[in-house]
Write a protein that binds this ligand. Structure first.
Ligand code: ZN
Length: 104
C-alpha cells in the first residue's frame, strides 16, 4: 500500500472516530439524536428535526450547531441542539407540533 493511500485511510479513520466520540459525549450530556430531536434557532424558535450524527445531506454541520431551514420563522439560520430535559411541557408540545421536512 502506498504511503499516500495509507495517510488517506488514517484521516478517514480519524474522522469516523471523532464522530463516534462526539456522539457518545453529547449523549452523556443529555442530548439525543434521531428522527425527532428538539432544536432552537438563533431567533429562539423551537422545533424538531432529524439529527443523525454524520448522516445529513440538507445541512451544514458545525458540531452541536448547524445551518438549516427554520420552519417556525421560515428562514435559514443557525440552529443548536436542545436538551430534552431543558424544555418545559409547553415547549415540548410546541416542538412536537413543529417538525421540518422529513429528509435527513
Ligand atoms: Zn427561527
Amino acid at each position: 500500500m502506498s504511503t499516500k493511500r495509507k495517510r488517506r485511510l488514517v484521516i478517514a479513520g480519524g474522522v469516523i472516530t471523532a464522530y463516534a466520540v462526539g456522539t457518545v459525549i453529547a449523549q452523556r450530556r443529555g442530548y439525543r439524536f434521531g428522527s425527532s430531536v428538539p432544536v432552537r434557532c438563533r431567533s429562539g424558535h423551537l422545533f424538531s428535526t432529524i439529527w443523525i450524527p454524520g448522516a445529513s445531506v440538507k445541512s451544514l454541520r458545525l458540531g452541536m450547531w448547524r445551518v438549516q431551514w427554520c420552519p417556525v420563522g421560515r428562514h435559514v439560520t443557525l440552529v443548536s441542539l436542545v436538551k430534552d430535559a431543558d424544555l418545559t411541557d409547553a415547549e415540548r408540545a410546541f416542538v412536537a407540533g413543529h417538525h421540518d421536512v422529513r429528509v435527513p
